[in-house]
Design a protein around this ligand. Structure first.
Ligand code: BMX
Ligand code: CA
Ligand code: ZN
Length: 320
């Protein structure tokens, strides 16, 4: 009998669940909408997934060995509690996920940050396979991080380590929802890039007519994709915003290299999946910064496992 585990990825808009083997093969997958109205409803969705997957494997004669859950936010890994997470779910703080799910299963349950699980997948199966000193960064709605140090996940005191999107690259920079200023996330996440673009548009009245026409879009619906497309067309403000994002990333990554002395940095998330050219552009900038002995040997690569990396990594926690 082969061993499988249940992986669950809790996102702000959808919850994905899967039965996964140790090689990252998914044999069953379910996607549910995240009920934003209450944490009780979200927990119910998680319980239903666990119950359904248990029923499925009974029929198929395969062995489940554990459950791994991933979620954005600050996770107490030791106690299996989401301390705070997405704003999309009403009341989504201090959620005792592991204790709750224990009512529905006798399997061991693990709960970790979404990008920590992404990091586990890249480390065990992806483009960072076997790299024992590794930094992963995802550029999406936010920016998340995960660090493997000397072959183990770096967790800190209770699991909150490696919130790399909230490394500040400018103490006078834009305020961040974490309470700080100039976090990497405020410059180089999808949300951050769109915010910086909007800000610049509001404060600029000396643009060429063609550029004004280009930006004639409902400002609220501007995305980071627009910004990179406008940059390609040579639009001045979009170019400034995209360059600033790359430069912020480069400085952030230099700080990470100085701090963790990694062999490689893996970049993933929606922004990278949609624009792989970002990786060499960042690599070029990083290589000009910081201490050469630390920075020069580091390779920067994009993730290789696709959109299910976080979900697969959630399941792989069981074998980490
Ligand atoms: C934020 C932070 C991280 C998370 C990262 C990526 C919250 C809710 N989120 O910096 O914990 O790993 O975003 O999240 O505090 P995503 O939503 O972009 O996947
Ligand atoms: Ca993390
Ligand atoms: Zn922040």
């Amino acid at each position: 009998m082969r061993d499988y585990s249940i992986g669950i990825d809790i996102g702000g808009t959808k919850i994905a669940g899967a039965i996964v083997d140790r090689q990252g093969n998914i044999i069953h997958k379910r996607i549910c909408e995240t009920p934003s109205e209450s944490k009780e409803r979200v927990l119910q969705v998680l319980a239903n997934l666990v119950i359904e997957f248990h029923q499925l494997v009974e029929k198929e004669n395969i062995r489940l060995v554990g459950i791994g859950v991933g979620s954005a936010g600050q996770i107490n890994f030791n106690e299996g509690i989401i301390l705070s997470g997405t704003d999309n779910i009403h009341g989504w703080y201090h959620v005792e996920v592991c204790d709750y799910l224990k009512q529905f299963t006798t399997l061991p349950i693990f709960l970790d940050n979404d990008v920590n699980t992404f990091t586990i997948a890249e480390y065990q199966l992806g483009s960072a396979r076997g790299i024992e000193n590794l930094v992963c960064l995802t550029l999406g709605t936010g920016i998340g991080g995960g660090v493997i140090a000397e072959g183990s996940m770096l967790r800190g005191e209770w699991g909150g380590a490696a919130e790399l999107g909230h490394m500040s690259v400018n103490m006078y920079g834009p305020s961040c929802n974490c309470g700080s200023r100039g976090c990497l996330e405020t410059y180089a996440s999808g949300t951050g890039i769109a915010n910086r673009m909007r800000e610049r548009l509001q404060n600029n009245d000396s643009l060429a007519d063609w550029e004004v026409a280009l930006y004639r879009k409902n400002q609220r619906s501007i995305t980071s994709k627009d910004v990179f497309e406008w940059k390609e067309l040579g639009a001045s403000i979009a170019t400034e915003v995209a360059e600033e994002a790359l430069q912020a990333l480069a400085y952030g990554m230099m700080n990470m290299i100085h701090t963790f002395n990694p062999t490689a940095i893996i970049l993933g998330g929606g922004l990278i999946d949609g624009n792989r050219d970002l990786v060499p552009a960042v690599q070029k900038r990083v290589s000009k910064l910081g201490m050469a002995s630390l920075v020069q040997p580091v390779t920067i690569r994009s993730s290789s496992l696709g959109e299910d990396t976080g979900l697969i990594g959630a399941a792989l926690q069981v074998w980490m």
